[in-house]
Design a protein around this ligand. Structure first.
Ligand code: MG
Length: 155
């Protein structure tokens, strides 16, 4: 089954009735584009060539040196910050030190970010899917018609 942008919006309305989301024809083009990107992502996930979240977490655990809850939490948080810093460093060197901006290098570091994010999620008993869904719900509560400076400043 192919997931559509409208299906995701309807699911959001069911999952977060307090957000009082508008009906599909009334939401902004920007919101529709966001749903389109989510639908594309989810549909891509179902292709056989992609690694499922379960497979990915198994691979993370296979290569993780920390074994107990607190060690994994600490490793995840430190690693996430460190790898995010590596992404920042690539951008800094590109902007200020004359290095070429190489998307493949950023992709590699984003993979490292993902490894630590997966470790943190697994350690806390969370899935990427529920983290994403809760984040989408938060964005819709905060910015029902797309980003607005006023809502950002006065929240
Ligand atoms: Mg790295």
């Amino acid at each position: 089954m192919t997931i559509t942008a409208q299906m995701l919006h309807e699911a959001f309305k069911v999952a977060a009735p307090d957000a009082q989301a508008k009906d599909w024809p009334l939401i902004s083009d920007q919101s529709k584009e966001q749903y389109e990107r989510m639908a594309t992502y989810l549909n891509d996930q179902s292709e056989e060539t992609n690694c499922s979240e379960r497979e990915y977490v198994s691979e993370v655990l296979r290569t993780c040196v920390a074994t107990d809850f607190h060690e994994r939490l600490l490793l995840g948080a430190l690693g996430l910050a460190g790898e995010a810093g590596e992404v920042v460093d690539i951008l800094k060197k590109s902007r200020f030190q004359g290095h070429a901006l190489e998307p493949a290098r950023i992709k590699d570091e984003l993979g490292d970010v993902l490894w630590y994010l997966a470790l943190l999620c697994h350690t806390l008993g969370l899935t990427f899917e529920e983290v994403r869904a809760e984040n989408v719900a938060k964005m819709h509560r905060r910015y029902p018609d797309g980003f607005e400076v006023e809502r950002s400043v006065n929240r």
